[in-house]
Structures are given as structure tokens and as C-alpha cells.
Ligand binder design. Structure first.
Ligand code: ATP
Length: 202
């Protein structure tokens, strides 16, 4: 009999704040990749984001609220707890050690997938996990948009989900202008933001 290989999803992000686009991507991946578990991992110090992120404790708390009640999702604090820059390759190495028999699947949106060849030790990274990409509404949307990536990563998986025009940048902008963000984030996250006065213009 073939040994059963555990299917472990890995979904990292600034989650500043986590929104419905993130949750939709996670749910699509759980279903289409038949994942046994999905680690949702707020990044620590993101080396590739030019702005300062909201404190890790807040992003972690909001990520827990956003994914609350979604079966098989584990919100994982390892990158927030780690000192120094957050490198996905280090996280995948740790998870591969934690699940020695598993196949890892790294979930990324289109923008991150395009940037992947600039990531720290990306060639080691793509040997550790199968890359799974979801289209984003604010990107080209053209057919063949993933062809260049496919030639680099023959194992690339495309997640089939309708693109959602939601970004954390837009949500932060709306909050700074005191606009409603309820259609874009889940209510518990909106309440947390409100309670902690996050994303208000200084
Ligand atoms: P920001 O606008 O601050 O850059 P973001 O909305 O892109 O934030 P991140 O936390 O940076 O959110 O994203 C984490 C991961 O989720 C990335 O791989 C990103 O591409 C993906 N992602 C975010 N929003 C969507 C969306 N609406 N559809 C598909 N993928 C998404």
C-alpha cells in the first residue's frame, strides 16, 4: 500500500489586516488541494515590504479572528516569534522537519508569485514546497499570465477562484478616511481594529 502523505498548506502574509480575500484563498486551497492542515503565518519583519507593519501581536490576534472556526487552519506564530527578517525558506524548512512525511504547498497570490524569483534562496524554497497561486483582481488577469512562472516552476498549481478586488492597502486607506470596511473584513476583525484604534491617520 502507498504510504499516506500528509498535505500541509502554508499561507504567509503581512495580514495587516487579514481580509476576506485571504480567507477565500485559504478555503479554496483547503478544498482544491485537499489539505490536511493549513498553517496561516503572519510574517515577522517582512524584508520585502517598504512600510512598517502593525505590531505583530495585533496582526496575530486579527489573523486568529479572521480564520476562527475554519476547520484545519492553524494560525502559526512562529515568524512573529522569530527575531530577524522573516524568510519563507526558513519557515518551510522548519515545517518540513515538523512533518517529515508531508508534502508542503505554499499558497501565494499573483503579486507574490510574480516576485518569487526575488525571494531569499528561492531555488531552495521551490524544492521544499509546491507553489500554488491564486489570481488577483488588480493584476493583469490576461490569459497566459502565469506562463512565465510555469516555465520556471513546472509543478506550479493554479487555484481556481474568482478574483476578489480586496487588498489590505485599500482597507488601511479606507480606515484612515473613516470609511466602512465591513464588506472587506470579517466583523470580529473590524471590531478589533476599532477597539485598538488601528490604521487611523496620525
Ligand atoms: P497589502 O495591500 O498591504 O500589500 P495584501 O492585501 O496583498 O496586503 P498580504 O497580507 O500582503 O495582503 O497578502 C498575503 C498573501 O495573500 C499574498 O500572497 C497575497 O498575494 C495574497 N492575497 C492577498 N489578497 C488577495 C486577494 N484578494 N486575492 C488573492 N490573493 C490575495
Amino acid at each position: 500500500m502507498e504510504p499516506v502523505v500528509l498535505r500541509v498548506g502554508v499561507f504567509g502574509g503581512a495580514f495587516d489586516p487579514p481580509h476576506r480575500g485571504h480567507v477565500a484563498l485559504a478555503q479554496t486551497a483547503l478544498q482544491q488541494l485537499q489539505l490536511d492542515v493549513l498553517h496561516a503565518i503572519p510574517t515577522g519583519q517582512a524584508w520585502h515590504k517598504s512600510r512598517d507593519l502593525t505590531a505583530g501581536e495585533h496582526r496575530l490576534a486579527m489573523t486568529r479572528l479572521a480564520f476562527e472556526g475554519i476547520d484545519r487552519v492553524q494560525v502559526d506564530a512562529r515568524e512573529i516569534a522569530r527575531s530577524g527578517p522573516s524568510y519563507t525558506v526558513d519557515t518551510l524548512t522548519e515545517l518540513q522537519a515538523a512533518y517529515p512525511q508531508a508534502q508542503l504547498y505554499l499558497l501565494v497570490g499573483e503579486d507574490q508569485a510574480q516576485a518569487l524569483p526575488t525571494w531569499h534562496r528561492w531555488q531552495a524554497l521551490v524544492r521544499l514546497a509546491i507553489i500554488c497561486v491564486a489570481a488577483r483582481a488588480d493584476h493583469t488577469g490576461a490569459t497566459g499570465q502565469f506562463d512565465a512562472l510555469k516555465s520556471l516552476l513546472p509543478d506550479l498549481r493554479i487555484l481556481k477562484m474568482p478574483p476578489l478586488a480586496i487588498s489590505a492597502t485599500d482597507i488601511r486607506r479606507r480606515l484612515a478616511h473613516h470609511e466602512n470596511v465591513i464588506p472587506l473584513v470579517f466583523e470580529p476583525v473590524a471590531r478589533y481594529i476599532d477597539h485598538h484604534h488601528l490604521y487611523q491617520a496620525s
